[in-house]
Design a protein around this ligand. Sequence first.
Ligand SMILES: Nc1nc2c(ncn2[C@@H]2O[C@H](COP(=O)(O)OP(=O)(O)OP(=O)(O)O)[C@@H](O)[C@H]2O)c(=O)[nH]1
Ligand SMILES: [Mg+2]
Length: 462
Amino acid sequence: MTVNAKQPETTNLETIAALATPVGRGGVGIVRVSGQQAAKIAEHILGRCPQPRLAEYLPFKNAEGEVIDQGIALFFKGPHSFTGEDVLELQGHGGPVVMDMLLHAVTHFGARLARSGEFSERAFLNDKMDLTQAEAIADLIDAGSEQAARTAMRSLQGAFSTEVHDLVKQVTELRIYVEAAMDFPEEEIDFISEGKISEKIAEQQQTLDSIFERAAQGSLIREGINLVLVGRPNAGKSSLLNALAQREAAIVTDVPGTTRDIVKEVIMLDGLPVHLLDTAGLRETEDVVEKEGMRRTWDAISQADVMILLIDDTDGFSSIEQDIIDQCPDSVSIVILFNKCDQSGQAPGVLTELDPDLAKHTSLAISAKTGAGVDELISCIKQLAGMQATGEGAYMARRRHLLELTNAQSHLELAQQQAQQNEGELIAEELKLVQQALGQITGEVTSDDLLGKIFSEFCIGK
Ligand SMILES: Nc1nc2c(ncn2[C@@H]2O[C@H](COP(=O)(O)OP(=O)(O)OP(=O)(O)O)[C@@H](O)[C@H]2O)c(=O)[nH]1
Ligand SMILES: [Mg+2]
């Protein structure tokens, strides 16, 4: 069910506490407390509640009045805090035992341990940020590359949500306009058939497409692609995996059938995360272990975005490769690699003069052993993934955002079709669905299930 999930106030919620720094030893460890009891807890532990936003150096005491640590205490009076509630931060010495004692004291005086993402969830419920911004915090923390961190920061600063909000505003205005026109039926047809509505919808479609493109870029930087290496035994799959990973991740020998299980490696190609899978070579065999390996190879192919089909160029393309191409699902992009070009004498790089049947796939000659042609292969992978040269303007987005954007796109397209047919009521209905889809992104319209799912993936203390 879709409901507006925001509660009018969260002041009656329990006070929560968590370790905000990583578990383990560190120079500083921070315990964070949020909720109505924060000031009272400060009085118990520090002897008094510090002045808002003023760092004070104080001893921290437990329930027995013993000093367990001393450090910096900070108090933020709600609503001027991260969560919008009263927040207390105790910065002590970052040892696991000290932090444990401090957490114990804080819970003794009235807080309970926070669930994952509960601080961010309260910030969202108290209108300190919208959903895309809350998600951007988790993405910034999890960022696996500089690009990912930059796009997350852009979303955190509101670039994504501002554009979505602006579009929602335009769609709403248009809907009100159409609805108002319907109150005057004799004028309605004229008013729609003038083409103004269709023009406005077309503008909104453009804006939405541009938002989608940048979100898709961000999502690519966040999630990456699945790339599977496939081919006959000894084609050089494991050698290529090692060349791309720049380490000896998989065993390479001249014995056909060396790789039996899937070898996984995550690499970064200029900010694009690539989940590489090296697989067991495909051939006729009675060996039970190898057969199971090949079953796993096909499993991996079905879940891949890109399949790299390696061929030993000294053997050449055969019906085995043709069968693999024929059995590969349509959703998987195929790259055909003629490997061992150092032996076959073929010049490395993109191949253009190919059989017409193969020409629809990208083909390259490389040498996994010498590294010749590998740079061209990398550019080709980035291009297939849709990675743009500059990550500029991309904002961190998740699959759920892309789904809602696609949903909005299709309803806006339907609204456009209704506009062509002068169907005022149906235009208004479609525009409403566009609004709803976009509202799910920023969290204006969400279900409790969705919120629970999003915040549970956060780390504790955030
Ligand atoms: N000359 C030359 N030899 C290569 C090249 N790539 C791989 N080889 C050799 O080919 C043999 C097989 O390489 P692997 O990488 O183990 O092949 P594979 O496709 O993983 O084989 P399986 O795991 O058995 O399916 C090894 O002896 C490699 O050194 C290349 O580009 N040039
Ligand atoms: Mg191998």
